[in-house]
Design a protein around this ligand. Structure first.
Ligand SMILES: *[C@@H]1O[C@H](CO)[C@@H](O)[C@H](O)[C@H]1NC(C)=O
Ligand SMILES: *[C@@H]1O[C@H](CO)[C@@H](O)[C@H](O)[C@H]1NC(C)=O
Ligand SMILES: *[C@@H]1O[C@H](CO)[C@@H](O)[C@H](O)[C@H]1NC(C)=O
Length: 327
């Protein structure tokens, strides 16, 4: 996910290519790209990013934040044009990227990207390294967003999503979060929802690829992080997300996702399979066979985004619908 330091020449070359791609793709998003009549195998024939009339009238209760590597402009495009644009019309969520960088060459490019998309939360006091990304960055962005808000707004729930995760927020919302909106106390304000990672972390802890917190709970975790006496001793992010409130004696409800809903995508192009991410590593068969999936992980290659995107439309899981239509 993180490049080893390329030579200065290679770096300038990479950045130039990226800037050109960005320009090209952003131009395409404003022109109306004609719909592909063949049933769209193209990722880029999706509807444009947002529907202004819908956006201005709804106040989504949920903010999803993809933690993204500073120089991975292309991955951010894949995320925007796959699950984000596919499900955004539901009106239940806003999506942004958290990017950290102190690199004087990258910073202006990231700001330029944000002028087009307006979806980047920048942490310009944190270097972008594998260590920061896996230890402190999520707490830094939870802290920042829950104290400053996003575009002046606060939300009911906030999620951290990895940049190699594809999620279905609509099913997640309907199954796990919607019903909590009418509740109060722990069941509303102190929720941690994820695949459980307890065995590894030895406390109720989330899987780092996708987890959701009540807004106020994320704020609390941000405060506990900021108060750490020995910040250098911080462990892996996913364990710390559980350890901060557990060690502080704070109560919360851990809402576990079902194992049938979460998969690593492995295998070959055209023959990808879903595998349990758990230590059991059970093969679940062909991608089209995991009809309860709401969270795909290990989405490192571009073809995986295309393959998984094809399983969904804005109403949900496509293979199910065709089988229902036939019966
Ligand atoms: C990105 O754009 C949004 C929307 O205009 C703005 O709220 C945010 O502060 C911008 N982020 C950066 C890093 O400029
Ligand atoms: C679909 O999944 C079931 C159980 O999870 C498995 O028994 C079956 O072999 C899978 N089929 C395919 C085509 O992968
Ligand atoms: C799709 O079908 C499978 C198998 O019948 C079922 O378990 C699953 O819940 C269905 N998914 C949806 C979204 O209806």
């Amino acid at each position: 996910m993180y490049f080893n330091n390329p030579s200065p020449k290679a770096r300038i070359y990479i950045l130039t290519v990226v800037a050109l791609c960005l320009l090209l793709f952003s131009t395409r998003s404003f022109l109306h790209v004609p719909k592909d009549d063949q049933g769209s195998t193209s990722l880029f024939s999706l509807p444009t990013l947002s529907n202004p009339s819908l956006k201005s009238t709804t106040k989504p209760p949920w903010l999803l934040i993809t933690s993204s590597a500073s120089d991975d402009f292309q991955r951010r495009l894949l995320v925007r044009w796959s699950w984000v644009s596919l499900f955004q019309r539901s009106g239940i969520f806003d999506h942004i990227f958290a990017v950290s960088s102190t690199d004087p060459v990258l910073l202006p490019l990231i700001k330029k990207e944000n002028e087009t998309f307006g979806d980047i939360l920048l942490l310009d006091h944190i270097e972008d390294t594998a260590w920061t990304a896996n230890h402190i960055k999520p707490f830094e962005f939870f802290k920042k967003v829950t104290t400053e808000g996003w575009k002046g707004r606060t939300y009911d729930f906030v999620s951290k999503v990895d940049q190699d995760s594809f999620v279905d927020p609509v099913r997640t919302w309907n199954k796990y979060l919607k019903g909590r909106m009418g509740l109060s106390g722990i069941k509303k304000d102190r929720v941690m929802m994820s695949m459980p990672h307890d065995e590894f972390c030895q406390c109720p802890a989330p899987q780092g690829g996708f987890y959701t917190l009540s807004w106020d709970f994320a704020k609390l975790i941000g405060r506990l992080y900021a108060k750490m006496e020995k910040p250098e001793d911080i462990e892996q992010e996913d364990c710390m997300a559980g350890r901060f409130p557990t060690d502080a004696g704070e109560q919360y409800e851990f809402v576990p996702m079902d194992t049938e809903e979460s998969f690593d995508v492995v295998g070959e192009k055209g023959n990808a399979i879903a595998r349990d991410w758990t230590k059991g590593q059970v093969q679940r068969g062909h991608l089209s066979n995991v009809s309860k999936a709401i969270f795909f992980h290990q989405m490192k290659e571009e073809w995986k985004w295309l393959a998984v995107k094809e399983l969904f439309d804005e109403d949900g899981w496509v293979p199910n619908r065709s089988s229902r239509a036939q019966t």
